[in-house]
Design a protein around this ligand. Structure first.
Ligand SMILES: *[C@@H]1O[C@H](CO)[C@@H](O)[C@H](O)[C@H]1NC(C)=O
Ligand SMILES: *[C@@H]1O[C@H](CO)[C@@H](O)[C@H](O)[C@H]1NC(C)=O
Length: 501
């Protein structure tokens, strides 16, 4: 069997030896609320977002306000006052009570340089990825081999957009983690209960080919995906090569294992295919970002390895934006009867329709009842088998929740670095209840050996759980005569400059 060149490159690229990259940890949220300055500028957004980045965020945020008004950033690098936001995931119990799923460790925004001659996002640049009204996936459940994808992306954006979403089941197996962008729909609750014992990672790939404009009417058409989503050929007219921006957020779906109910995204999507996210460039200047892209090419991808970056986790942990007064009565965490502000659940497969938005343009709360699932609704769950070489070849590494501990045991678990601990759902999962996860500041822990890329403390009742997040890299060797043989290794990562560690 021959390894196709395209697949070969895709697999190698995430090792880091070919393409440089960095990953921006944004471990803390600046706020959770119905705000979307790109789609609903100055107004109340139709659904809840989980927001990170600059404290200058607001319903009218733009480059100027993020950089000038934002006094801090919830991302680790002080020069990055960008705004990053995505809709959070909820769990609806079968009795209708709905709570936000605890988000673990904030989010990561990867900046990967796949295309050549990568240019900084310009000042004033903003974009949206994903399509919130989509409720179906039209491709085969498992992606066609990359070698069979069209090389011309011009008429292929619909295909590529759907493959730019990932629902990564954190299966607890460091030797066989699922590849990124493997599954494009939310798996079923049953599948998650059985397999996603460490939670679910939501992935969003942004388009990286631009036509040079800062924005467009739909906030999307100034950008296009290259022919293989993350790399390949840009369509005609989209000749500006930006960094490949890739968001990862982890939700502790495993704490609902054994509970009867379903997962649904904040905009009423139980399918997942409408997952989306937004970005407003808020780096200190376009020039600074360009120098960083040109300079920070350490294959580790660690922000600590870029001498230009100033890192301040303590400031990040305290960074919040001012919640507008007309949203202060919203309860985005729950428990609520249905999704916050009565967003209706729309199951598809037909396109979701708009709904009255509580408070928007003076509309009162609608009191819509959550829609019952039609009897025809089922999740097209793609099972993962690491033995499938087509899957493992395109594996991209990523983040796994590696360990947990509660309270005083934290330091002990931190030292046991060689074998993964039990998934933290194992400990009292069903008693988690609907109280929100509070990601609080990271206490000093001099004993920690610095292997984890993110650490969060989650409080549940009187118990404090420390969640350690580590990363695996995939190493791929492929020859012209043998299929790619992927094996995984733990990636040792050091926090060198974190004041708290
Ligand atoms: C619905 O069920 C959940 C889980 O058992 C429970 O915590 C919640 O209080 C229930 N809601 C109502 C309104 O009874
Ligand atoms: C699938 O989703 C697309 C985008 O929302 C929509 O246009 C199409 O009608 C849907 N297909 C079906 C069978 O409903």
């Amino acid at each position: 069997m021959k390894t196709s060149p395209a697949t070969f490159c895709a697999a190698l690229a995430f090792v880091g030896s070919v393409s440089a990259f960095w990953r921006m940890p944004c471990r803390f949220q600046t706020g959770i609320g119905r705000i979307d300055p790109i789609v609903d500028p100055g107004a109340i957004s139709a659904h809840v977002h989980s927001i990170t980045g600059s404290s200058g965020f607001s319903p009218t945020a733009d480059f100027e306000s993020l950089t000038a008004d934002g006094t801090c950033t919830a991302c680790s690098v002080t020069q990055d006052h960008s705004a990053y936001w995505t809709p959070p995931l909820y769990f609806q119990y079968s009795n209708g009570t709905t709570v936000m799923v605890p988000q673990v460790g904030g989010m990561l925004a990867y900046y990967l340089y796949y295309l050549d001659n990568v240019k900084a996002f310009p000042e004033g640049f903003q974009m949206l990825a994903g399509y919130k009204s989509r409720r179906n996936f039209t491709g085969p459940a498992i992606d066609e081999p990359l070698s069979s994808w069209k090389t011309d992306a011009t008429d292929n954006q619909y295909f590529l957009q759907q493959r730019a979403l990932g629902f990564n089941c954190l299966n607890g197996d460091l030797n066989a983690p699922e590849p990124s962008l493997y599954r494009h729909e939310l798996p079923s609750k049953e599948y998650m209960d059985e397999h996603c014992t460490w939670g679910l990672r939501l992935e969003l790939a942004f388009p990286s080919c631009g036509n040079g404009d800062l924005d467009s009417a739909d906030h999307q058409s100034h950008m296009a995906y290259p022919s293989l989503v993350k790399q390949g050929n840009c369509p005609d007219g989209y000749d500006v090569h930006y960094p490949f921006l890739f968001y990862e957020t982890i939700f502790a779906t495993n704490v609902f294992a054994g509970e009867d109910g379903e997962f649904v995204l904040s905009y009423g999507d139980p399918v997942g295919t409408g997952y989306h996210g937004d970005f407003i460039m808020g780096w200190e200047s376009e020039e600074f970002l360009q120098i960083a892209l040109d300079t920070c090419q350490n294959p580790s991808g660690d922000i600590e390895d870029c001498p230009l970056f100033d890192i301040d986790e303590d400031a990040a942990s305290k960074c919040k934006f001012d919640m507008p007064s007309n949203l202060k009565n919203d309860d985005p965490i729950g428990p609520c009867d249905g999704l916050p502000v009565d967003v209706p659940i729309q199951y598809g497969p037909e396109e979701a329709t708009n709904y009255p938005v509580a408070g928007q343009n003076g509309k009162p709360t609608t009191g819509l009842e959550p829609t019952a699932a039609p009897s025809t609704f089922s999740h097209a769950t793609v099972t993962y088998s690491p033995a499938d070489p087509e899957s493992t070849k395109s594996a991209q590494g990523g983040i796994v929740v590696a360990k947990y501990s509660s309270g005083a045991d934290a330091a002990i678990v931190a030292e046991a670095t060689t074998s993964p601990a039990a998934p933290y759902a194992a400990e009292g999962a069903s008693s988690w209840g609907p109280s929100p996860a509070q990601v609080t500041s990271v206490p000093a822990d001099p004993d920690k050996d610095g292997e984890y890329i993110a650490t969060s403390w989650i409080t549940r009742g009187n118990t404090v759980i420390e969640v350690f997040v580590t990363e695996v890299d995939v190493t791929v060797t492929a020859t012209e005569t043998a299929p790619a043989d992927a094996h995984w290794k733990r990636h040792m990562h050091r926090h060198r400059h974190h004041a708290n560690f």
